[in-house]
Design a protein around this ligand. Structure first.
Ligand code: NAP
Length: 226
């Protein structure tokens, strides 16, 4: 059973059954795990979905269900990167203090409103779905597009919009890394938001290790999250 929060209007079709919507906190998820006789819980949420991940650990504990987290390795800067690392979205907003620039907010729509505190910039936004209400940013362009994206098209997008700074979350892995490579190729600064802390849990980076864990109780390549 795949569980979605329900944030996108038309999620990609899946071969497995899907349920959509919150569980109602830790208690709701623990009840779901018991009622559905779930034997294994795999947390495959985005690394910034900190509340869901914390709930999953707590609910798995209450229901006595083993849990594993499937995560993407975080990005680390390489030669040519011009990153300013910040702890969270508040830190990213603070890092934008100063004269007007042309900023690509590669964050998804959930955190865009916080950037209204720095209204002097021209923002480029990219969302999966058309939003119901306009983002509260006085100067912005909005692109509606579903990833994954490639480096060439992200470089063209940044070039065409005369972007001089990118704000991104350290999602990690390859699916969302095109914008980071594009910023590097164009010599652009990146305000990189570090991942939120997660509770201790077994963590692996590939699907095969999850299947190992389901089959044998022990994943290959296991890492203990901190
Ligand atoms: N945060 C990001 O940057 C980001 C980026 C890309 C994709 N996503 C995906 O978008 C979803 C929501 O992210 P978020 O940051 O809003 O989460 P969040 O802040 O950690 O969770 C907020 C609440 O949303 C519900 N929820 C989250 N993920 C769920 C899931 N897979 N199935 C059922 N309920 C879920 C839970 O509600 P209840 O307490 O009622 O159970 C949870 O308490 C996640 O599945 C995440 O993987 C997030």
């Amino acid at each position: 059973m795949l569980s979605y929060a329900g944030r996108t209007a038309a999620p990609a079709a899946q071969a497995s059954p899907v349920r959509v919507g919150g569980f109602g906190g830790v208690a709701g998820l623990a009840t779901y795990l018991r009622d559905e006789r779930v034997t294994h819980l795999v947390d495959a949420t985005h690394p910034f979905a900190a509340q869901m991940s914390a709930h999953a650990v707590a609910a798995a504990g209450h229901a006595g269900v083993p849990l594993i987290a499937l995560t993407r390795p975080a990005w680390t800067s390489v030669a040519g990167d011009r990153w300013t690392r910040v702890a969270d979205v508040t830190g990213a907003v603070a890092a934008l203090a100063g004269p007007a620039r042309r900023v690509m907010l590669a964050l998804g729509r959930m955190h865009v409103a916080a950037f209204a505190a720095q209204p002097q910039h021209h923002y480029l936004l990219r969302f999966v779905d058309e939003p119901d209400t306009l983002p509260p940013l006085p100067h912005h362009d909005l692109v509606i597009e579903r990833g994954p994206f490639d480096e060439d098209s992200d470089r063209r997008l940044m070039f065409d919009h005369r972007i001089d700074l990118v704000v991104a979350k350290n999602a990690g892995g390859s699916g969302a890394s095109a914008k980071i490579a594009a910023a590097r190729a164009l010599g652009l600064g990146v305000v990189m938001i570090d991942r939120p802390a997660m509770p201790p849990r077994i963590e692996v980076h590939d699907v095969a290790a999850v299947f190992d864990w389901i089959a044998h109780g022990v994943p290959s390549g296991i890492q203990r999250g901190v």
